[in-house]
Design a protein around this ligand. Sequence first.
Ligand SMILES: O=P(O)(O)OC(CO)CO
Ligand SMILES: [Mg+2]
Ligand SMILES: [Mg+2]
Length: 278
Amino acid sequence: MCFPQIILNAFKQQKQVHLKSSQADLVTETDLRVETILKSAIRDKYPVHRFIGEESVAAGECVELTDSPTWIIDPIDGTANFVHRFPFVAISIAFTVNKQVKAPMEFGIVYSCVEDKLFYAQKGRGAFLNGEPLNASGQEGGITCEPDSDDDDEVRWQGLSGLCCIPDDMLCVCFSVRALGTAAVDMCQVATGGADAYYHIGMHCWDIAASSIIVQEAGGVVMDTDGSPFDMMSRRVIAASSTAVANRISQVIQAFPCRRDDEDQCRCICGGKGVNSV
Ligand SMILES: O=P(O)(O)OC(CO)CO
Ligand SMILES: [Mg+2]
Ligand SMILES: [Mg+2]
């Protein structure tokens, strides 16, 4: 069985859910299974390639980007959606070589499983959705964001209790807010022109690597929330329909400290915080 079908089959079934770092940081048997299958299929073909996989890192592997060809994998982006059967769950795969922290990936793939939408981009060759070219809007207006996604429960509650995650200053750039529960698909909306910007502090490299090149190849812009060049390890990202929109957001964003993905690794979250059946 192919791995998107594994996710679709499990989507409607009861799941054993383990908590990792917070109430929103979940893992199921399907996350683990899909990551294992993907890594093993790639390793069969490219035995010397390296991996940064969300669930392998949670199990204690290091986040270490070297010059070697590296696959950055999120087996299910939107695990909380998957658990609650909210129909936005994606597989996110990026490929990078020569330690390109700031430059685009070689390619990125985001497959939104329930929607059956395959977003992909290759460096210098454009971005596509199910074979059709993608173009960012170049406008400002609709923003995607994830107010309740953070490894730290306190930060999550701050995002949720604000009712709207958008600071007042941001309202000059934004007319509407959408949160799909998957950063990868949120960012791909910027590539389609359906949304004009996305921003977040606290996502991980596996959440944003693939969609970063999809946004860029669609004519959009990715940058750090402080306005510096995009760095997938910084855990801070703005994806926008134009440089002007990205700059305006970076000027009004309310920053807070966030540990880099490649700092002080490994980040074993062994044992987790509990288990539930949903
Ligand atoms: O479901 P995941 O992979 O934990 O990702 C979330 C981030 O918290 C949504 O992008
Ligand atoms: Mg994710
Ligand atoms: Mg995931």
